[in-house]
Ligand binder design. Structure first.
Ligand code: PLP
Length: 446
């Protein structure tokens, strides 16, 4: 048995072993150089091997790596909370730090349930979510999302506390001839109908990814969609949770993706680019409405993880966010993202097997189709996106694939979400390797 086998219950074919990273590149033990076109899972915003972050972690590690956070506070956690909350003081009142995106979502759901208890409405414990959504891997977060393969083994234990509405998915669901306004109206009505069927006074929150990643490959909402969502939530006094674990903190060209939608959430989750992969850390930003209920009741949030507000993780996040602000990397993501989007459209709009090119900032998705006219997807068994990804690695590019069976229905997509520091030359190289890999994948299909 090899050491590799110890990592998997059922041994998989051996993936390349990465030993080093520098800038936008990964290097394997056999000296292969791979452009990381999805920054891992849309994590690596600064690229690999950033010495400012590494040095600040070293300094913090010498001082304090861990402290029990129910009994003590610590400097980096306070600094990070201040950086995040003071950016939008009208929206957010408090910050909570956990270790993964799933824990952040799970915590946000729990804060909302506790909020309704404090408000004397404990029957509000139903969550409305969207089809083709992913909110994480812990039982509750997985339960409110719709990633079919990961949910299936636990289907019988899920509490029946979630129902689903359509996401804003223009490529497949905006009808021929339907204007954006009409489409928004239809989705708004569907959401309101769902609230009324469940009973608004039973609903705790509506949760959505502002720009969905894992299951929908960077499908952007049409103008007015999130305003409509906000309107219906407000009408029935329902909390709006925006999950920006993947799309937040600059990825879409603004610090928060919701800033482009003209609304704000009541509570929000972030993770991946928070410390850009230098440490595992996530955050929940808690809006004034929720905070006020806790403050007025003088009650703490009933949620605790041993490693929450971890000093070393928070110090990495502080340094990453300082660099993002100092070097204007959100603006750079918007500008390079515009270039990336133009190149993707130029190269793939006419490709017979790329049905849709969508995204914003440095968060783009390509959806593959067997038949461009009918939008018929490939047989999921062919795992076309995974094949493109595998051939990409062979050709020197990593892109994260979205399986055709993630939501049990739709076709494959691939995500392009490179580090914010990627150059235009590196974008050109990404596009040409991607193009080659797609063509090789299609040519190899039975
Ligand atoms: N929420 C969203 C929107 C995500 O994209 C993910 C992960 O991809 C998660 C939650 C879960 O994050 P993690 O894998 O860090 O637990």
């Amino acid at each position: 048995m090899s050491a590799h086998d110890l990592l998997y219950v059922v041994p998989k074919s051996t993936p390349p072993k990465v030993v080093r990273g520098e800038g936008v590149y990964l290097y394997t033990d056999d000296n292969k150089k791979i452009l990381d076109g999805t920054g891992g899972a849309a994590v690596s915003s600064l690229g690999y091997g950033n010495h400012e972050v590494i040095d600040s972690m070293k300094t913090q590690a010498e001082k304090l790596c861990y402290v029990h956070n129910m009994s003590f506070t610590n400097e980096p956690a306070e600094e990070l909370a201040h950086m995040l909350v003071s950016k939008n003081p009208d929206v957010f009142a408090r910050a909570y730090f956990a270790n993964s995106g799933s824990e952040a979502v799970e915590s946000a759901l729990k804060f909302v349930l506790q909020y309704w208890q404090l408000r004397g409405q404990p029957e509000r414990c139903h969550f409305v979510s969207r089809k083709q959504s992913y909110h994480g891997n812990t039982l509750f977060a997985l339960g409110i999302g719709k990633m079919v393969p990961r949910r299936t083994p636990y289907i019988n234990v899920y509490p029946k506390v979630t129902s689903y509405v359509d996401p804003c998915y223009t490529y497949r669901y905006q009808k021929e001839g339907e204007t954006d306004e009409q489409y928004v109206y239809r989705l708004e009505k569907q959401l309101e109908d769902e609230f009324l069927v469940v009973g608004p006074n039973r609903i705790a929150a509506f949760i959505a990814e502002t720009v969905p990643g894992t299951c929908l490959g960077c499908t952007t909402a049409v103008d007015g969609y999130f305003k409509a969502v906000r309107r219906v939530c407000d009408k029935y006094d329902i909390i709006l949770i925006l999950d920006e674990v993947m799309c937040g903190l600059g990825r879409t060209g603004t610090y928060h993706a919701w800033e482009q939608e003209g609304i704000a959430p009541d509570i929000q989750t972030n993770a991946k680019t928070l410390a850009a992969g230098y440490q595992p850390i996530s955050s929940v930003l808690i809006g004034h409405r929720i905070f006020k209920a806790f403050e007025e009741s003088n009650v703490q949030m009933a949620n605790f993880h041993t490693y929450q507000a971890h000093p070393l993780a928070c110090s990495a996040a502080v340094q990453v966010q300082k660099i993002v602000r100092r070097d204007k990397l959100v603006e750079r993501a918007a500008e390079t993202g515009k270039y990336l989007g133009e190149k993707l459209h130029q190269t793939f709009d006419s490709h017979p097997h790329v049905g849709d090119v969508r995204g914003k900032g440095l968060f783009w998705g390509l959806e593959f189709v067997n038949d461009k006219k009918t939008k018929q997807w490939f047989d999921p068994q062919l795992k076309v996106a995974a094949l493109v990804s595998k051939l990409g690695i062979k050709n020197g590019l990593f892109l994260n694939p979205g399986s055709g069976t993630y939501d049990g229905v739709h076709g494959d997509h691939i995500m392009v979400a490179p580090p914010y520091v990627i150059t235009k030359e590196e974008v050109n190289s990404l596009i040409s390797i991607l193009s080659k890999s797609i063509d090789e994948a299609i040519a190899s299909l039975p």
